[in-house]
Write a new protein. Structure first.
Length: 404
């Protein structure tokens, strides 16, 4: 069978994925997972960080941890129905088509309980959006889909002579039938992505509650706007939206469009170069949009060169005339200095703002004046729960000098 599927041995219980009886022996139901595969290829971290400023805390911690072995894992999420399948860096190549065939056959079984699929690989013979369309078509009952392809494949076009051809019944050009996706996470390789293909997936995912796009690139701000408009019209249940390592410097009107969305509860712009252009004009527009949004609870802005001036402008979100209900703010890796943080704390005190939840301050330049930084954090802790670190700002890349 395809990678990630096991064949029961003689006399064993039914298959844990599809419930189909077999003459084979299955693993014990007490077994949490199955692991197959050779050593995982080392990923090129530089290619995953287009911003090229500094690694986010998540990536920094990941570099210090040992690499996990490549794996195919079947995990029981619920004692009754939900199962998760993980395929990590198996080098499937053209075998991806056999996998899609197997998933489609599995989905046709009455006892299929597969509800989450996590797929990552260095290359794919299919462009990532075509692969995503094929998966949601093969598994319409899937609730969680996480898919990542690190590098553009030389075989991205299966129609070119000599490339692995894709069965038309798997890929197809017809519309995707409605599915049950609630969470979609996508990590893209380099290169512009066709917005209409992503929109076709979103249109068929009316139950989507969480969407994460990592390193996505579109041909123009208009294409990005098309994706956001699709979210507004077709994904009314969407609560959490995350963008990481995307150049949104030319998409300021689209960012404002998102901040005015009254259904989203949490938005993340991580290393998205938000304030690279027109910061003096854009920041007040951004703050005004947030002040009028009473639905947004969490805003994460790590790695966007906010600086002291940007932080003080952002403080106005919590002013007396604001309707904002923001309770979680992440301003990590934003070149914030102790004097700017202290002034931010004083403004919150002046407006008499009650406790608003969590403030994350990782990897800022607070070590430049430890006394002032401690005073700022002491004042902030009367307003919110502060999470910080003792990061050495001398590790910052030279590119940050432009914000000093």
């Amino acid at each position: 069978m395809s990678a990630g599927f096991w064949q029961p041995g003689p006399g064993g219980p039914p298959c844990r994925l599809c419930g189909e009886a077999s003459r084979g022996r299955a693993p014990s139901r007490d077994e949490g997972s199955l692991l197959l595969g050779s050593r995982r290829p080392r990923r090129d971290a530089a290619e995953r960080c287009a911003a090229a400023l500094m690694a986010s805390r998540r990536k920094s911690e990941a570099k210090q941890m040992p690499r996990a072995a490549p794996a195919t894992r079947v995990t029981r999420r619920s004692t009754q129905e939900s199962l998760s399948l993980t395929l990590s860096y198996n080098g499937l190549g053209s075998n991806i088509f056999r996998l899609l065939d197997s998933l489609r056959a599995l989905s046709g079984q009455a006892g299929c309980r597969l509800r989450a699929l996590h797929l990552s690989d260095l290359f794919s013979p299919l462009p990532i959006l075509e692969l995503t369309r094929a998966i949601v078509r093969a598994l319409p009952l899937l609730r969680v889909l996480s898919i990542r392809v690190d590098h553009p494949s030389q075989r991205d076009n299966p129609g070119v002579p000599g490339n692995a051809g894709a069965p038309s019944l798997i890929i197809g050009d017809e519309e995707i039938p409605e599915n049950c996706l609630e969470q979609l996470e996508m990590g893209f390789p380099r290169g512009a992505q066709p917005a209409p293909l992503l929109c076709s997936v979103l249109k068929a995912s009316g139950s989507l509650q969480q969407l994460s796009l990592d390193s996505a690139t579109f041909a123009s701000p208009q294409d990005f706007g098309l994706v956001l408009q699709t979210l507004k019209e077709y994904n009314l249940a969407l609560k959490r939206l995350s963008f990481h390592d995307m150049n949104l410097a030319d998409c300021q009107s689209e960012v404002l469009f998102l901040l005015q969305n009254l259904t989203l509860q949490e938005i993340t712009f991580s290393f998205c170069r938000l304030f690279e252009k027109r910061p003096a004009q854009f920041l007040p527009e951004m703050v005004a949009a947030m002040k009028g949004n009473s639905t947004l609870k969490g805003l994460r802005l790590p790695g966007n060169r906010l600086g002291n001036a940007g932080l003080l402008a952002l403080a106005d979100v919590f002013s007396e005339d604001s309707s904002s209900s923001l309770c979680q703010l992440d301003i990590s890796s934003n070149c914030i200095k102790p004097d700017g943080l202290l002034e931010f704390a004083k403004r919150l005190e002046r407006w008499g703002r009650g406790a608003f939840g969590h403030l994350r301050l990782f990897q800022n330049w607070l070590d430049q004046d430890a006394v002032t930084a401690r005073e700022a954090i002491r004042r902030l802790r009367a307003t919110c729960h502060v999470v910080s670190d003792s990061w050495d700002s001398s590790q910052a890349f030279a590119d940050y000098v432009s914000t000093m």
